[in-house]
Ligand binder design. Structure first.
Ligand SMILES: *Cc1c(COP(=O)(O)O)cnc(C)c1O
Length: 425
C-alpha cells in the first residue's frame, strides 16, 4: 500500500520501539552495540549482515531519519551526516579523485561556492561554474574528467528555479550523475528524483528540521544510476581493497551508494549525525508539509506587498508572476516556490544595513528555513568571501537582503517590514 506525503512524514522509518513499545522514536544515546557472538560480529564487519556496530557508522535513531528522508524523496537509500556541507562532501566522495572535476551552477548557496571553488582543491578536485540557464554552456563545461553535475532545485537565495529535466538530460547523455541540493524546496515542494536527479543532498538544518535547533545533512540516492556502465566510478564498481575486494555496485545494487557512504564515507570521514540531532529533525519532519504550505502562503503575500513598495527595486520570488522563473514553478515545484527570496532596495548597501537593523520580528541571522522569519544582508555576511561578480551571479549583490519568511501572521510580518523600510529611507 502506498501512502501520501502527510502520512509518510509522520510514519516513514519509525515504528514502535521493539524493546519497550515507546511510540515516539527513542534517542538511542549509545556509542556501541553488543554483538550476539563472535560470528555475528564477523558478519557485520564483513558487510554480510546489516546491523549496528558503532555509532560513527550507524545508530537506530539516525537510521529512522535516513529511512524517512529516503522515502520522502522517493530514493532507494539515504545517509545522514553532520551538516549540509558534510552532505555535499559525502555525495562527491565516492565519485571523485585527484584531477577530477564537477560542473556546478553559479547560482548556489554562498557556502557551496566557497566549498567548491576553494576547499575541494585540497583534495585535488575542482569545479567549473556555469550558468545553468545556458544549457549549451553546461554541456560544453563537461570534459572527460567530469564526474558529477551539481545544482539546487530552488537556488538559495535568488529564487532561481532550475530546469531539472533539461539538466538531467545533459547529465544522462554524458553518463554522469546529477546531484541536486533540495534544501530550499524540501521534498514537499520538489522531488528532484522524479526530474532525473541521481542524488539529492540536504541541509537538514533548514526547513526539514524547521525550528533552528540543529545542523544536519543527508544524501539520498535514487538507486537508478548504473555505476558500472563506464570505468568512471571505480569506488562503486571496482573491487574495494578495504573489504576483501567487494564490489559495492555488484553486491548491493541500488543501495551501492548508500552502503559505500556508510561503510567507507562515515567510517573514514566521520561526518556523523548524532542521535539527538536526528531526534529533533524527525520531530520537525512530522510537520513539514504543514509548515511549507504556510511558508509558501506567507512568502507569496509578503513578496507581493514588497514588490509594490516604493523603496523596493526588485523582489526575486519565483512565486510572483513578475519572476522569469514563474513558469517553471508549476513544473518543478508544483506545491509552491518556497519561503525564501531576496529584496533589492533602491537605497543600496547603506539602506540595507539600516533596514536589517530596524526589523523587530525578523532576526538578522545566518540561517534560513526556520519557523521564525529571518533576514540576512548576504553581501556583508554569508557571501562576503565572494567577489562582487560572484555575489551578483549568486543573487547577493550589495543592495540585496535575503528574507526567509516564517510561519507567523503575515500581517505582523508586513507591518514590521513597513516600519523598517520607513527607517531605511
Ligand atoms: C545551509 C545550506 C547548505 C549548508 O548546510 P549546513 O547545514 O549549514 O552545512 C547547503 N545548501 C543550501 C542550499 C543551504 O541553504
Amino acid at each position: 500500500m502506498t501512502h501520501g506525503f502527510d502520512t509518510l512524514q509522520v510514519h516513514a522509518g519509525a515504528r514502535p520501539d521493539p524493546a519497550t513499545g515507546a511510540r515516539q522514536t527513542p534517542v538511542y544515546q549509545t556509542t556501541a552495540y553488543v554483538f550476539r557472538d563472535a560470528d555475528h560480529a564477523a558478519a557485520l564487519f564483513n558487510l554480510q549482515e546489516v546491523g549496528y556496530i558503532y555509532s560513527r557508522l550507524t545508530n537506530p535513531t539516525v537510521a529512522a531519519l535516513q529511512e524517512r528522508v529516503a522515502t520522502l524523496e522517493g530514493g532507494a537509500g539515504a545517509v545522514c551526516c553532520s551538516s549540509g556541507h558534510a552532505a555535499q562532501i559525502m555525495a562527491l566522495f565516492p565519485l571523485m579523485g585527484p584531477g577530477l572535476n564537477i560542473v556546478a551552477s553559479t547560482r548556489a548557496y554562498g557556502g557551496t561556492i566557497t566549498q567548491f571553488s576553494q576547499t575541494i582543491k585540497r583534495f585535488g578536485w575542482s569545479c567549473t561554474f556555469v550558468d545553468f540557464d545556458d544549457l549549451a554552456a553546461v554541456e560544453a563545461a563537461i570534459d572527460e574528467n567530469t564526474r558529477a553535475i551539481f545544482c539546487e532545485s530552488i537556488a538559495n537565495p535568488g529564487g532561481y528555479v532550475t530546469d531539472l529535466d533539461a539538466i538531467a538530460a545533459i547529465a544522462d547523455k554524458a553518463g554522469l550523475p546529477l546531484i541536486v541540493d533540495n534544501t530550499s524546496a524540501t521534498p514537499y515542494l520538489c522531488k528532484p528524483i522524479e526530474h532525473g536527479a541521481t542524488l539529492v543532498v540536504h541541509s537538514l538544518t533548514k526547513y526539514m528540521t524547521g525550528n533552528g535547533t540543529v545542523t544536519g545533512g543527508a544524501v539520498i540516492d535514487s538507486g537508478k544510476f548504473d555505476w558500472s556502465a563506464s570505468d568512471k566510478f571505480p569506488s562503486l564498481a571496482a573491487p574495494e581493497p578495504a573489504y576483501h575486494g567487494l564490489k559495492f555496485h555488484e553486491t548491493f545494487g541500488s543501495l551501492a551508494f548508500t552502503f559505500h557512504s556508510i561503510a567507507i564515507g562515515l567510517r573514514d570521514l566521520g561526518m556523523t549525525l548524532n542521535p539527538q540531532a536526528a531526534h529533533y529533525t524527525l520531530l520537525g519532519i512530522e510537520t513539514l508539509s504543514l509548515r511549507m504550505q504556510k511558508h509558501v502562503e506567507n512568502a507569496t503575500r509578503v513578496a507581493s506587498w514588497l514588490e509594490n513598495h516604493p523603496a523596493v527595486e526588485q523582489v526575486t520570488y519565483a512565486g510572483l508572476p513578475s519572476s522569469p522563473y514563474n513558469d517553471r514553478v508549476s513544473k518543478i515545484c508544483p506545491n509552491g516556490a518556497g519561503g525564501l527570496f531576496t529584496v533589492a532596495l533602491k537605497g543600496g548597501y547603506e539602506s540595507c544595513v539600516k533596514f536589517v537593523d530596524s526589523l523587530e520580528i525578523f532576526s538578522h541571522v545566518a540561517n534560513l528555513g526556520d519557523a521564525r522569519s529571518l533576514v540576512i544582508h548576504s553581501a556583508s555576511t554569508t557571501h562576503r568571501q565572494l567577489t562582487e561578480e560572484q555575489q551578483i551571479a549568486a543573487g547577493a549583490a550589495p543592495n540585496v537582503v535575503r528574507i526567509s519568511i516564517g510561519i507567523e501572521d503575515p500581517e505582523d510580518l508586513i507591518a514590521d517590514l513597513d516600519q523598517a523600510l520607513a527607517k531605511a529611507g
